[in-house]
Design a protein around this ligand. Structure first.
Ligand code: IFM
Length: 383
């Protein structure tokens, strides 16, 4: 694989960093008394400062999301100033030598869409396709990599099964119906994007769990096969004809020994998630069966004291290198996240950033682990 094809960088999403949102999530925060995303990392106003830092850290790619509620605040009314803002964001990345990876939906909906039923309404598929078309028409010359949807399976579980995210339902039938609709939305967006930008590379940011069957045990292996099926069926098995690449968001290893989640948890993040970055290798090796280029579109940990991050990144990159040596076509690694950000139901306490944010002053401080990542990029550009 050619050297210039490996992308190193970080990722973010609009609601989590921009600040000043008026979407279904901010409405829900206000209505339920949940911690407010508020000004978040004020990235809407400080994106150039943030991209300067990313450049200093040696990044040659950056993933961010466009906020639908800003672009289409009312049904059918597109806000030119918001679109122009995102044109400038993309230009700011290009000016710093960073390849933009553009996500078009990262969990939030315009309030008017949510009021019409959100992803439970077929109308949303049509509205989404129209919005995607408007954005693509403006950005097509400067953007090659598009990600219509972020982690649809996490969204449908959290919003419709576990009920921790708006609209806070707990209903398996609604969960499956939303998953199927999101798959249709992905396919519709793919068709629109290809119509406008035929050479665009379009993928999904798929949350991938590595289910490990402990021992040589048929029961564990059967549970693994079921879990893999459930986790991959909707977006990889059913939508693979509408994917030019697979974006892998990787955080979880799930050890099955008689039942799920028999993890040893020897090291855990601030959110209690087990830290086993080397298992990224298995995730990539498994996903290679879809025969699409793979990009790690997210991988990271909440670690406020920055105790584990450097080693985590080092091990994750070794896992990528291992997969590449075995012929798995991994073409990029985007760490989650460039800066600290609003972590949905968990608010601001989890600190995922390579760059710390002081939310009082908005001061940015580069964490030591970010420098370790930078040194690895320098030493290992072809990984
Ligand atoms: O912050 C989230 C992101 O929005 C989606 N993927 C997982 C991250 C960490 O939980």
């Amino acid at each position: 694989m050619k050297k210039e094809h490996f992308f190193f960088g970080a990722a973010s999403s609009a609601h989590q960093v921009e600040g000043g949102q008026m979407n279904d999530w901010s409405e829900w925060e206000a209505r339920t008394g949940h911690e407010r995303s508020g000004t978040a990392a004020d990235h809407w106003n400080r994106y150039e400062e943030d991209f300067d830092i990313a450049k200093k850290l040696g990044h040659n790619a950056h993933r961010f999301s466009i906020e639908w509620s800003r672009v289409e605040p009312e049904e059918g009314r597109f806000d030119e100033a918001a679109l122009e803002h995102y044109v400038k964001v993309v230009q700011a990345l290009r000016a710093r030598g960073m390849e933009p990876f553009v996500t078009l939906w990262h969990f939030t909906l315009p309030v008017w869409v949510a009021r019409q039923g959100g992803w439970e309404s077929e109308k949303t598929v049509h509205h989404f396709a129209r919005y995607v078309g408007r954005v693509a028409a403006r950005l097509k010359d400067d953007v090659k990599f598009w990600i219509p949807l972020n982690e649809p399976e996490i969204y449908s579980h959290m919003s419709y099964l576990v009920g921790k995210w708006p609209p806070a339902a707990k209903n398996p039938f609604r969960t499956v119906s939303v998953l199927l609709r999101l798959a249709r939305a992905h396919r519709a967006a793919y068709a629109v994007l290809k119509g406008i930008a035929p050479t665009a590379e379009i993928g999904i940011a798929k949350n991938h769990m590595y289910f490990e069957a402990a021992g040589k045990n048929q029961w564990n292996e059967m549970l693994k096969a079921c879990a893999d099926w459930w986790w991959n069926f909707f977006f990889l098995d059913r939508a693979k004809d509408s994917l030019d690449f697979v974006g892998v968001n990787f955080y979880f290893h799930n050890r099955i020994d008689g039942w799920f989640n028999k993890n040893r948890n020897e090291q855990a993040s601030d959110m209690g998630w087990e830290l086993l970055p080397e298992t990224l290798y298995h995730a990539l090796a498994e996903l290679s069966r879809y025969q699409k280029p793979l990009y790690v579109t997210e991988n990271g940990l909440a670690d406020a004291k920055d105790v584990y991050r450097a080693e985590y990144i080092t091990e994750a990159l070794k896992a990528v290198a291992h997969a590449r040596r075995e012929g798995v076509e991994v073409r990029g690694y985007l760490h989650w996240a460039l800066t600290d950000n609003f972590e949905w139901a968990d608010g601001f306490f989890p600190r995922f950033g390579l760059v710390a944010i002081d939310y009082e002053t908005q001061k940015r401080t580069i964490r030591k682990s970010a420098m370790v990542y930078r040194d690895m990029i320098k030493k290992w550009p072809n990984i």
